[in-house]
Each structure stands twice: as structure tokens, then as C-alpha cells.
Write a protein of this length. Structure first.
Lengths: 240, 240
DNA sequence: CGTGTCGTTGAGGCCTGTCAACCTACGTGG
DNA sequence: CCACGTAGGTTGACAGGCCTCAACGACACG
């Protein structure tokens, strides 16, 4: 039985299925429908920005590998990352529906997406169980965004960085993208800066401080969490 | 015909209906179902904080008058408002589902809520049209939260205040709670502070500056927008 | 008239941004 | 093999924005 589940989750959409399952029970039929969905693959290079998927037919894009984000470019030209997109995440629908004409999708690491035609996905998502799970997923995304608001509004630089790392590690671990929260995170310092609203110079200082406190390890380009509990406390919110 | 709509929308749940309608077409049947929903009314005093609605049966709460917010209290004791709740908004479900055990509901102004029993609302929201509208509503809430993230992450104090005022005025105007965006907003300076992550002292200074620039008017407790366009520019994001 | 709430104003200090320089690692081409 | 360029990280000096603390004013209310 467990074996069966595992088999279902190793395909291209395994991570997507795992993610949706975090928010509601899926039937065997749902899982098969997703697994067998028609799709086309698209690769994107690092630093590419997508403001509009000009794909015919219109498609739901799912990140299958790499790392991307939703971001808003302020009028002074600086970018704010509003949400990190991990493999298994939607990129242009549901919990990651970009804010019209304001939010874009930035590719942070060479990535691949699967584009599922809209009408195909509409059929897949028509079942009651899928509707419930997707609904719960979006509700969770909204709540999660509000916790980021709290971190940005109330936290100092150290707390913001700590929160981001905790949050990302938790999401990645839950989806099996990290075997333990202490594994290296796929972030560069300027990604952290764009996500926390800080400058990369100051992020560097904060990481140095967190390393000295024993909460973070890894040098150079590598960021690893050394002490999850301590980092959560540093984040300043009870929860991460 | 228009007359009919108006009649439907003046009841206790008129604002709720108006809000849901912003995100999808409702059938006559949907509207009637909401209008005739069973409910009980509860009044709350200013500064009351609700961390858990202990209501039997469990209920969906809808704000019918006043002003409330979702908020998170950081470990240093300061409060961050993560979302303002206006009359017509849900308070503990859907687009305002509090983050478990972290987010609470604060009453900012003496308010009244209608509590609709869960199972009654489940029936009401079972129709395809309601499902679609509610789904779109939550997706919009998530996107809206991300624009707040951008404002907090990238904006300076002046921009944050400007953004908050624009955003609130737009939401209130869209729902008929303001006749024009220039009407007085129901916010005290410390509410603005808690929503923007600033101190009330600094909010005061920013409001003084915005008044001097001619973007905001009203003295003392009253905050009015004098120049919507100018304030949007000051907010620093293309959109508000 | 006392009390409490909310807004206003000033002085000073800390946190974070800005600017700039340098360093390492890595790949490329002569 | 070495010169060179690029990307990313590290470090220091300095300035400015925002917080803190504190006092005061305006106003409502019992």
C-alpha cells in the first residue's frame, strides 16, 4: 500500500502530488489523473524573468526542478521576492497566481517547468477531493504570506533572515527536497536579500553573525542550518 | 432588475454578497441562500482580542459592522497587523483563515459579527458558482498579501503608509464603505503603525509630511486621502 | 476637575543602507 | 600555463532613516 503511494509519487508530478496531499486526501483516481496529465516541458535559464506565459493553449505551469520565485519590482528598480517557488509548486495559478501586471516570475536557478493545458487541468481538478485540497492549499498560501508580513513588519534584519531560512527549510523538508533541515539551501545571498527586503551586504553580515552564534553553518556560497530550534527563536515568531 | 439586486444587497449580508460577487458570478439562488442563512449576532468591544471562537456549533464569522484585523504578536510583544477586516469580510475562514495558534483577531473599533453555523454555510457554499467565487476570492487574498509583502520589504516609511492608505481606500470604496476615496478612513495612527511595521511616532511624522505634500488631508484623528494618484505614486508600486 | 486616550514635537542613538575596495573561485582564451 | 574577466562573497567607513524616550497639548468623559 505504502509501496503503491511511493510508486505514484516518483513520476514527474510526484512532488506536485505530494504537495497537494499535504492539504487534503486525494483519491487513487485523482493521483492517476495527475500522473497521466498531458504536458510539455520548458527549460528556463537563470535570471530569466517571465511576465507572461505566451503559451498556446494556455497552461498551468508546474515547476519540476530548479528554483523560482514570484517577485514585484518597485519603482526604484529593486526587486522584492514575494514567494519562493519550489519543485512541485504551481507557477502561474492557484496559490501562486501572479498579481496581474505587477508580479513576475523570476528563475533563480536553471529550472524546468511542465505546462499542463488549462482545460486538461480543469478536468483533473474537477473532482470533489481535488477541489477541497486545492482550496485548502490556497488558504494555506494566504496564511503563509501573512506570516511573512509579520516577519518583515516586526523583525529586525537578523530575525528576517532567520525566518526565511526556517520557512524555506521547513517547506523543502516537508516535500522531501531536503533530507534534513541541515542540508545546504539553494540560496545565494542576494536571493536572501531580495526576499527579506535587505541589501546583500547586510545579509552577509547577518549570516556571519548567525554563524558565530552557531545557528547557521557553511561558508562561501553554502548556507546550512545548524540549529533549527535556535533559528526559530531568532525568527521571533513562535512558529515557522 | 437593478432594483432587485439592490434589495438583495441591503440586508445584513449585503456587503458579504457584494464582496463575493467581486470574484465571480452568483446565481439568484446563491444570493437568496446567503440572505436567508441562519445566524446569531455577537458584539465585540474595542481592543478585544479573539484567539479562538468557542462557539457551538462551530461557525463562520462575518463582520457586519466596525473594523477588525488579523494580527500576529511577535515575541517582543509588538503586534503586526497582517490583514484588515472590513464589514463583509470573513473573520475566521476562507480568505481570512487565521494561521493556527499564531494569528488572532483584534477588534479595532466596536464591531458586530454574524456567526453562521458551519454546516449551514457548507450547504450555501456548495454550489458551483459559489465554489468558483470563493476560490477566486482566496486566490486574490493571497495575491493581495504578497503586494503587502512588497510594500513592507521595499518601501520606506512614507511609501508604506501611502500604500496602506491607498489599499484600504480602494477596498472600502469597492465595497461601498466610502462614497469617495477622499472620505475619512477609520484608522488611528497606532493602527497604521501596527499595519506598516512602524512606530506610531514615526507614522505621525509621515502623515505630517504627506499632508504637507498635499497627498493627505484631515487633522487630528481624521485621515483623508487628498490625492489618490499622488499617493499611489508615493506607495512606490505601480498598482495599489 | 481629574483621568485617560490620542496626537504632536524634540533630542539622541542605533540599525541598516550606500559606497567602495578587495578576495576567492571558476571558466575562457591565448 | 598564465592572463583575464566575471560572479559572488567579505569587510570597512560613513550617512541617514527610523526607533526610543520624554514631555506636552487637545479633547472627551465621568
Amino acid at each position: 500500500m505504502l509501496q503503491l503511494h511511493t510508486v505514484h509519487e516518483v513520476g514527474l508530478f510526484g512532488l506536485l502530488i505530494a504537495k497537494i496531499r499535504m492539504h487534503g486526501e486525494l483519491t487513487e483516481r485523482d493521483v492517476i489523473a495527475i500522473r497521466d496529465a498531458p504536458y510539455s516541458l520548458v527549460d528556463y535559464q537563470r535570471n530569466h524573468r517571465i511576465t507572461n506565459f505566451r503559451k498556446v493553449p494556455r497552461s498551468v505551469h508546474v515547476l519540476t526542478s530548479g528554483l523560482a520565485c514570484l517577485s514585484i519590482v518597485a519603482s526604484d528598480g529593486r526587486r522584492q521576492i514575494t514567494r519562493l517557488l519550489l519543485p512541485g509548486d504551481f507557477c502561474n495559478a492557484f496559490d501562486a497566481q501572479p498579481l496581474a501586471s505587477l508580479e513576475g516570475i523570476d528563475i533563480l536557478v536553471p529550472s524546468r517547468m511542465a505546462a499542463i493545458p488549462d482545460n486538461a487541468f480543469r478536468q483533473i481538478s474537477g473532482s470533489v477531493s481535488m477541489q477541497h485540497a486545492l482550496f485548502a492549499m490556497v488558504i494555506d498560501a494566504a496564511a503563509s504570506a501573512r506570516s511573512v508580513i509579520a516577519s518583515l513588519g516586526r523583525g529586525d534584519a537578523r530575525g528576517r533572515v532567520a525566518f526565511l531560512l526556517c520557512d524555506l527549510a521547513q517547506r523543502m523538508t516537508a516535500r522531501g527536497l531536503l533530507s534534513t533541515p541541515g542540508d545546504p539551501l539553494p540560496l545565494r545571498q542576494d536571493h536572501i536579500a531580495d526576499a527579506t527586503g535587505l541589501t546583500s551586504v547586510h545579509v552577509n553580515r547577518m549570516l556571519a553573525q548567525l554563524r558565530q552564534e552557531g545557528l547557521v553553518s557553511g561558508g562561501g556560497t553554502i548556507v546550512q542550518i545548524a540549529d533549527v530550534t535556535g533559528l526559530r527563536v531568532a525568527a521571533g515568531l513562535q512558529h515557522c
